[in-house]
Design a protein around this ligand. Structure first.
Ligand code: FCB
Length: 458
């Protein structure tokens, strides 16, 4: 059921947000930059993984992607014309430290230095993410995030980046979606580093969170007045049907624990949820969680970044012996779908945010939507994307009206880009990219978002 007709009716009212609300767009290094070995950059796990036969649809790679490394000025000009207040991008760790630790590559830092200066000159606040999944391959060779040392290497890298950019960059995001990196990268092996450990991936959650806590401390030490956030992928968990049985409810709770609470609870209330549904009763996870770690992880955040795409529908596992205490199901309702096949459910965003507020109360810091957007077919007349954005912004305004403190909205994404295992097949951009020529063409949704931002200032 379409929630608005905003795309076809230009007079339809636009949602209204406070004057200081931050309007942004997001990207990530491996998805846009290209230049995988330029200026001394070391290989990342994505440079390795894309070469694994069958890993990426049609064998696509991010070797060129949007060629953003060579087109920064053009891309910042697109952002300026769009009227963005802030731009969320990520730093490629192996550009800054080619082997993940030790020797710093000044040319890698110079690239981000120029980007930051160009953004500031355009009146756009740089909002870097320190880790959006492109781990230096040298660290993966030592076990990646299964190895506790990676958390310490992450903090050292964060300090290097913060010392160089912190005179101009005040808002920092440590990690992007530690749940997705753990489950897709280490649990199921469909993302880099391509390890299929199922529940053996759980230490990756703790080590990433520890890395977050140590990096947050390093950024705060280096940058007076820094704001530190993390971007978590969160999903409202729904039962598949009203006729759900007790087993379905238990499965839904187990899923909520794995996807949402495993990451939000330690950050916001300093403890892990009950993992007994996953066969884990030892609070130290067999020595993984050490004394003091939860204090480090739960140092107050300046904001919680929330990446929202859709709810999850859960049933009891058809085969409990298969290893997981839930099954992911399709909803009974016939939702509109994006070209990725993801259901379009704007009210899930209201449900998610009011649910976070209900669960964490005053322990919930201000919320930033750090990703929200949809894949649509190629082409410039992307009305479905406009409806998607309008519907989700209405849903966000409803959450704010119900008491959730929301400070900003970053749409995913500025540009069509390399969508991980889907290669270039899923187009999330306000700007269409011709991957053969690198040409950029703003879509109808770009014009709509521009008008929306401008309307908030009048
Ligand atoms: C999120 C990722 C982002 C992008 C969107 C579609 O999970 O953080 O890089 O791929 O999905």
């Amino acid at each position: 059921m379409p929630v608005t007709t905003r795309s076809t009716d230009p007079t339809a009212p636009l949602p209204r947000f406070p004057a200081d609300f931050v309007w942004g767009a997001s990207t990530a290094s491996y998805q846009i930059e290209g230049a995988p070995d330029e200026d001394g950059k070391g290989p990342s796990i994505w440079d390795t993984f894309v070469r694994r036969p069958g890993a990426i649809r049609d064998g696509h790679t991010g070797d060129v992607a949007c060629d953003h490394y060579h087109r920064v000025d053009e891309d910042v000009a697109l952002m300026r014309r769009l009227g963005l207040d802030a731009y969320r991008f990520s730093l490629a760790w192996p550009r800054v430290l080619p082997t993940g630790a030790g020797k710093v590559e000044p040319r890698g830092l110079d690239f981000y230095d120029r980007l930051v200066d160009a953004l500031l000159a355009a009146g756009i606040e740089p909002t870097p993410t320190l880790f959006h999944w492109d781990l230096p391959q040298a660290l993966e060779d030592e076990g990646g995030w299964l190895n506790r040392d990676t958390a310490h290497r992450f903090a050292e890298y964060a300090a290097v980046a913060a010392e160089r950019l912190g005179d101009r960059v005040k808002r920092w995001i440590t990690l992007n979606e530690p749940f997705v990196h753990m489950s897709f990268g280490y649990g199921f092996g469909v993302h880099a580093p391509g390890r299929a450990l199922l529940l053996g991936a759980l230490p990756v959650a703790h080590h990433q969170l520890l890395g977050h806590g140590l990096a947050a401390r390093a950024v705060r030490e280096a940058v007076p007045g820094a704001q530190v956030l993390i971007a978590n992928n969160c999903t409202p968990v729904r039962l598949r049907s009203d006729a759900a049985a007790e087993g379905d409810r238990a499965a839904a709770e187990a899923y909520d624990i794995l996807h949402n609470r495993l990451f939000n609870d330690p950050l916001l209330i300093g403890r892990y949820p009950d993992l007994s549904a996953y066969g884990m009763t030892d609070p130290t996870w067999g020595g993984v969680v050490r004394d003091g770690d939860l204090q480090t992880i739960s140092a107050p955040l300046d904001g919680l970044g929330v990446n929202y795409y859709n709810p999850s529908w859960i049933t009891a596992p058809a085969d409990p012996a298969a290893g997981l205490p839930f099954d992911l199901a399709e909803p009974e309702e016939a939702y509109e779908r994006t070209s990725f096949g993801w259901p379009v459910v704007p009210d899930g965003l209201t449900e998610l945010l009011t649910g976070l507020r209900a669960r964490y109360g005053d322990a919930l810091p201000p919320v930033w939507i750090t990703e929200s957007g949809c894949a649509q077919p190629a082409g410039l007349d992307d009305r479905a994307r406009i409806d998607y954005l309008a519907g989700h912004l209405d849903a966000l305004a409803r959450a704010a009206a119900q008491g959730v403190d929301v400070r900003g909205y970053f749409t995913w994404s500025l540009l069509d880009n390399f969508e991980w295992a889907e290669g270039f097949h899923q187009r999330f951009g306000l700007v269409e990219v011709d991957f053969a020529t690198g040409g950029r063409t703003p879509r109808a949704s770009y014009a709509w978002y521009r008008r929306l931002i401008a309307s908030q200032r009048s």
